[in-house]
Write a protein that binds this ligand. Structure first.
Ligand SMILES: [Zn+2]
Length: 222
């Protein structure tokens, strides 16, 4: 179970996963091993290092002829403004046998894997049992069982749902795919660059055609 955000800033901790030498920080790795469910964290790290995570980015502006500096600028702009409507992203993770493909939607904290769906069903069962006990769901006490209000400063981006400006109860609904995607996109630019452009163990694929993008939404991998 994750600790309260009153005591810990997950984004801040995850942002230190990569040190100044662009290597994984072993002390932070050990800390995260205990901070998260250890098996989930190990699997998430494995996903990030196994060349099985693909970040599709819809960019209506042609980028084929852009140089490295412009590409870097684009990625930096995307990372900082990824919740803006101008940037559309879709995360696909291949399982080890490469036959199974999992789609991850960080903005709604959803993953298509069996583990996430099972945990989501379990959380709904918990909610149903609360209803059956006739507990008042609109009380602030019960709301915080599933969502928590963001802290004031500094801002924690981890597991944040942009539309609601709240955090998912990630202690209940967490899977390795969501954790891997969150480490990549909800920690720091340094971590993002480490896996995508420095180590290149994750891939970013730019989609410039709306037709291709729509096919991707129908689970047709381009
Ligand atoms: Zn998953």
């Amino acid at each position: 179970m994750l600790l309260s955000r009153d005591f810990i800033n997950y984004s801040e901790i995850l942002s230190q996963l990569v040190n100044e030498e662009n290597e994984l920080n072993q002390d932070i790795l050990a800390f995260c091993f205990n901070l998260f469910d250890s098996e989930t964290f190990i699997k998430a790290l494995s996903i990030l290092e196994s060349r099985n995570l693909f970040l599709y980015l819809f960019t209506p502006v042609p980028l084929l002829e852009t140089n490295a500096n412009q590409q870097e600028t684009l990625l930096s702009s995307f990372y900082k403004n990824q919740n803006d409507s101008q940037y559309l992203k879709r995360i696909i993770i291949k399982e080890n046998n490469e036959k199974d493909i999992v789609f991850v939607d960080l903005d709604s904290w959803y993953c298509g894997c069996e583990e996430h769906n099972r945990k989501y069903r379990d959380s709904m069962d918990d909610l149903s049992s609360l209803v059956e006990k006739k507990q008042e769901l609109n009380t602030s006490q019960n709301k915080t069982m599933y969502f928590s209000q963001p802290p004031q400063e500094p801002e924690d981006f981890f597991a944040k749902i942009p539309a609601s400006k709240q955090y998912d109860s990630s202690c209940k609904i967490m899977c390795p795919h969501l954790l891997a995607a969150a480490i990549l996109l909800q920690s720091s630019m340094a971590v993002f660059q480490h896996f995508l452009t420095k180590k290149e163990t994750c891939y970013i694929i730019k989609v410039e055609s709306m037709d291709e993008w729509l096919r991707l939404q129908c689970n047709i991998v381009v």
